[in-house]
Design a binder for this molecule. Structure first.
Ligand code: HEM
Length: 214
């Protein structure tokens, strides 16, 4: 088999790894904004949710490039299997295994979001919690595996991502809205809320049906 290697593949792996980490951390922060019901007059919840979704798409694109350039570069013996199955890489086995775990978790979150209309809201929410683990594991992977993330600006970026994700987790826990009952701004209404009687029936039946279907 012909081996393909170039320093540019390695530079791309390093750069896209850091960019993907920053973007996934931003996705976590934006997701926490949505879950904690930030948004109102100036920036609406709908816009925040759309931003959360769009940034996650861009992050996945960078992650795919990061993984492809790693595997295509024959200088490091990793292999396609090691991108999904932990501990199958001959190169930096444990460090790459952490990357694979983060990737698996992100895939689960992504696929469940694509199937959101077809799965129970409680299952979608449960799987969505994996995103915290995914980014946490990705931070450790980036620090352990990286060339740039061990010192200087690279290390600063990884620490900033860790701080952003940690503060979001604390904020998500401390400031979680009491009335949210597991709902996010645009997710389907929780069953207990969907079955609540409206105080005054000004909303006609068809409008009410639309609201519960969203
Ligand atoms: C959510 C998933 C992942 C994220 C966010 C991520 C992020 C990162 C980051 C931030 C770095 C440090 C870059 C540097 O400072 O040089 C890195 C390095 C690396 N990652 Fe990932 N990664 C992920 C998954 C994977 C997977 C599945 C693989 C395996 C194919 C992989 C292979 C590598 C390699 C080989 C390096 C070392 C590059 C170097 O030599 O500096 N990563 N990753």
């Amino acid at each position: 088999m012909i081996g393909l290697t170039s320093p540019y593949l390695w530079y791309t792996t390093r750069a896209t790894g850091l960019v993907a980490l920053v973007l996934f951390s931003a996705v976590i922060v934006l997701g926490t904004f949505v879950a904690n019901r930030v948004g109102g007059t100036n920036v609406g919840r709908f816009e925040l949710n759309e931003l959360h979704r769009s940034v996650s798409m861009v992050a996945i694109a960078f992650l795919v490039i990061h993984i492809v350039t790693t595997v295509v570069d024959s200088f490091v013996p990793t292999g396609w299997l090691s991108t999904l199955i932990p501990m199958t890489s001959s190169y930096k086995r444990v460090d790459i295994a952490l990357g694979a775990v983060a990737f698996d978790l992100i895939l689960a979150v992504w696929v469940s979001s694509l199937m959101k209309a077809r799965i129970a809201n409680s299952s979608w929410r449960f799987i969505h919690w994996f995103s915290w683990m995914a980014v946490g594991v990705a931070i450790v992977h980036g620090f352990m595996t990286g060339t740039d993330s061990r010192s200087g600006i690279g290390l600063g970026v990884v620490i900033a991502c860790a701080c952003a994700v940690f503060s979001s987790a604390v904020w998500r826990y401390v400031k979680r809205p009491a009335r949210a009952l597991g709902r996010t701004a645009l997710s389907p209404l929780a069953p207990e809320v969907a079955h609540e009687k409206p105080a005054k029936s000004k909303i006609n039946d068809s409008k009410r049906r639309n609201r519960t279907q969203r």
